[in-house]
Design a protein around this ligand. Structure first.
Ligand SMILES: Nc1nc2c(ncn2[C@@H]2O[C@H](COP(=O)(O)OP(=O)(O)OP(=O)(O)O)[C@@H](O)[C@H]2O)c(=O)[nH]1
Ligand SMILES: [Mg+2]
Length: 365
């Protein structure tokens, strides 16, 4: 039913040259430079990156054993073959759009799969929703950003029906946007409020406030007895590739706690690794290189450690941020992420479909 990406195991791990973007004055393009603190540890041969002060960071490790799996290209580490296979074509884009548009839950009771995006502030949650909408709209739009940029950050629970191509009905997917989660345990969305959303108690449009936890007595419109359609059916964590090594230490503990509680509710979880264009120059130039980039493979490993989940649940994504036009490769990557999410949302329905529930209960007895 779904066209999943196939993973290949390469089993190498290297340091990440974190790249920062600097707007170029004349042509409006961005240039990528390595942050001054970057340590470039890998491989053989010589790789040269430029610091913010334009001095060169050179890594020459001729004494090490050659590793034939990848080659250097333009100062970047490039694997000789991609570690996940992806078909970067218009046909693949069309096929993924059709799969997503025709997606129907394995559970009649629920009209749409509700997927909650969760992640630190500015990780790219709203941008992902906006980017997916753009693909289906056929042009780059920033609808999900309404009300977010004006106040700085997303504060409310907002659900977005993903519409099929122009003139077509809604897909079977609703993406739910929230406030950025707490990185320090003080600001941002709390564990309590997140679990209230997952359980389906929080009404649409609810404005989160760390001082006012969601409660039956205080929250206007609190859903006391949520039905299956009110609940969240899959959680997609969103983390920023360019911040993976600088997120506060406590964030990993928060993610792991959260994952345990969400798993206890029977909800499957996946993750989106955004901003991949900001950690790999080749991918910034051409997103088809995403699964050939050693840097991104390495960041994926670090994201997996941060989230406490296997890399097979994580997909890289490049959101539309400053672009004005759609790019077919970026679309394929975005649609593959949606396809990936839907596979795990569907598992929830398989587990909770009345006939399967009866079977599960019988097996549990
Ligand atoms: N280069 C690049 N920029 C991105 C990407 N995703 C998001 N951005 C930018 O990152 C910034 C934050 O993105 P948002 O989508 O607002 O992040 P958010 O997670 O919704 O943030 P909060 O609502 O504040 O929690 C914006 O300036 C986006 O344009 C990406 O994949 N690549
Ligand atoms: Mg947002």
């Amino acid at each position: 039913m779904f066209s999943s990406v196939k993973e290949k195991n390469s089993g190498f791990s290297f340091g990440i040259p974190v790249l920062t973007t600097k707007p170029s004055s004349s042509n409006g393009l961005t240039t990528l430079t390595a942050a001054p603190t970057t340590s470039v540890q890998p491989a053989f041969g010589t790789t040269t990156l430029t610091r913010d002060d334009n001095s060169e960071v050179t890594d020459s490790s001729e004494t090490r054993e050659p590793r034939p799996q990848f080659t250097f290209l333009g100062g970047q580490l490039k694997l000789e073959s991609p570690w996940r296979n992806m078909d970067w074509t218009e046909e693949q884009k069309t096929s993924l759009m059709e799969t997503i548009t025709s997606y129907r839950r394995s559970c009649e009771e629920v009209p749409q799969a509700r997927v909650l995006l969760l992640g630190p502030v500015s990780s790219g949650k709203s941008s992902f929703i906006s980017s997916v909408q753009s693909v289906f709209n056929g042009r780059v739009t920033n609808r999900a950003m309404v009300g977010s940029f004006s106040s700085g950050f997303t504060k409310k629970l907002q659900s977005f029906n993903i519409r099929g191509k122009k003139g077509e009905d809604h897909t079977g997917l609703v993406l739910c946007d929230t406030m950025g989660m707490s990185e320090d345990g003080i600001t941002g969305l709390t564990l309590h409020d997140i679990l209230s959303v997952v359980k389906g108690h929080v009404p649409e449009g609810h404005k989160f406030s760390p001082d006012q936890p969601v409660s039956a007595s205080e929250t206007v419109g609190y859903v006391k007895r949520p039905s299956l359609k009110d609940k969240v059916h899959c959680v997609a964590f969103v983390v920023d590739a360019s911040k993976i090594t600088t997120y506060p230490k406590g964030l990993s503990t928060t993610f792991k706690q959260l994952r345990k509680h969400i798993s206890d509710l029977g909800v499957h979880q996946v993750a989106l690794l955004t901003h991949v264009d900001q950690v790999c120059l080749q991918t910034a130039k051409n997103v088809t290189g995403v699964y050939e980039s050693r840097t991104i493979q390495d960041v994926m490993g670090k994201a997996a450690a941060l989230l406490g989940m296997s890399t097979s649940y994580i997909v890289p994504v490049k959101n539309y941020s400053s672009e004005l036009d759609l790019d077919v490769n970026t679309d394929v990557l975005l649609l593959s992420a949606v396809d990936h999410i839907l596979q795990y949302a569907d598992l929830y329905f398989q587990d909770n479909a009345p006939q399967n529930k009866e079977l599960k209960t019988a097996l549990d007895l």
